[in-house]
Design a protein around this ligand. Structure first.
Ligand SMILES: Cc1ncc(COP(=O)(O)O)c(C=O)c1O
Length: 365
């Protein structure tokens, strides 16, 4: 049907959710396509949802999410006025873009990066300026600086970057912040911050404390394992947070998500053990694959990247056939989430079998 609408939406691809685990006869299969936490929810988190949220689902949730906001303020040492919640950090990023950028305005970000960025920017009516990553899958900070002009309203740093898992250094982000006009905001998207083991990494909260134009976005979806409940947050200057609140989806963050977030902060030691297990697994898998000869950018999230260019689609089907749903970026590469140990072992096995298909040139040397 022909209907009147915004033509720019037609240019957008729909967000592609990671595929579910494929069905393989007689064998266990795994979903390692969405950077989710493979561990089951903690009993204490489930109990908090049951005790505090299930009995009140006939009521709207606290729109400001005070229990979470006050707790985050205590933990980070910032004021409650500096914190805003959203349905996942996807929503706080959306709030920020809607606040600062509309028709004629530009948002600069690395590419390839988080797939929601182009959707959020175009939906706001603004223009994406996608700055290609370096050959090694890192942010090209000089090119990002060069892309900033009088139309720029926001620059996004994704640390570590999804899907390449590369970290952005403290020095690089300072260089960017020192170059960008002070009335242009810089968002540091740290969805995977708890997995970042790079000694030189930029720490978003340090930047927030030192620069007036920094907003940090973090989420309960990854390290805290609450992806299904949709809760994330931004920490930023008071007036920015105030503006974000005006454009937020009313009542977006459910009472269940708020109860689970506070219970997860209470259980952080237990969750940190899980994070450390996933980091150890990531390092184990990546070093085994490198021993096999795979080229992999240094990973700093709960996933890693196989840059395969034109070989991507050919390689992808071997994972699928083995019962592994991975994230395939046709013509670019494959992103693999660290999952259960059994899933990780299967990744190592599949990669050993297909190395010569991925790197046919290795056969001739
Ligand atoms: C880089 C990055 N930022 C933000 C998000 C948002 O996650 P959520 O909306 O679940 O908090 C994701 C999710 O995959 C991500 O990869």
């Amino acid at each position: 049907m022909a209907f009147r609408h915004r033509q720019e939406i037609d240019t957008l691809p729909s967000y592609k959710q990671g595929k579910p685990a494929p069905r393989v006869e007689g064998r266990r299969s795994f979903k390692i396509s969405s950077n989710e936490n493979p561990f089951n929810p903690l009993p204490s988190v489930k109990a908090a949802i049951a005790d505090q949220a299930l009995g009140v689902i006939n009521r709207y949730p606290d729109m400001r999410g005070w229990s979470v906001v006050e707790r985050l303020a205590d933990e980070t040492g910032v004021k409650v006025e500096n914190i805003q919640l959203g349905c996942g950090s996807t929503e706080v990023i959306t709030q920020l873009v809607n606040l600062v950028a509309g028709k004629g305005d530009e948002v600069v970000y690395p590419w390839r990066s988080f797939e929601a960025y182009p959707i959020i920017v175009t939906t706001a009516g603004a223009t994406s300026i996608q700055v290609p990553l370096t050959a090694g899958g890192s942010h090209d900070i000089d090119a990002m600086i060069a892309a900033v002009n009088e139309h720029t309203r926001l620059v996004i740093v994704n640390n570590p970057n999804n899907p390449t898992s590369t970290s952005v250094s403290d020095g690089e982000v300072r260089r960017l912040l020192d170059s960008v006009p002070k009335d242009v905001l810089v968002l540091i998207d740290e969805a995977y911050v708890q997995f970042n083991t790079d000694a030189c990494t930029c720490v978003g909260m340090d930047m927030f404390r030192e620069y007036p134009n920094v907003v940090v976005a973090q989420t309960f979806s990854k390290a805290y394992g609450l992806a299904g409940l949709r809760i994330g947050y931004a920490i930023g200057p008071e007036d920015v947070i105030d503006g974000m609140r005006k454009v937020a989806l009313p009542f977006g963050v459910s009472a269940a998500a708020q109860a689970a977030a506070v219970a997860s902060l209470d259980a952080y030691d237990e969750l940190a053990d899980r994070v450390n297990t996933l980091i150890a697994e990531r390092n184990r898998v990546v070093s085994r694959l490198r021993e096999q000869g795979w080229v992999i950018p240094e990973p700093n999230a709960n996933f890693f990247w196989l840059p395969l260019d034109g070989r991507t689609d050919r390689i992808a089907r071997y994972f699928e056939d083995a019962g592994l749903a991975v994230r395939v970026f046709s013509g670019e590469g494959i992103r693999i989430t660290i999952g259960e140990r059994e899933a990780n072992d299967l990744v190592i096995d599949v990669c050993a079998r297909i190395h010569s298909i991925a790197y046919p040139e290795a056969l001739s040397v």
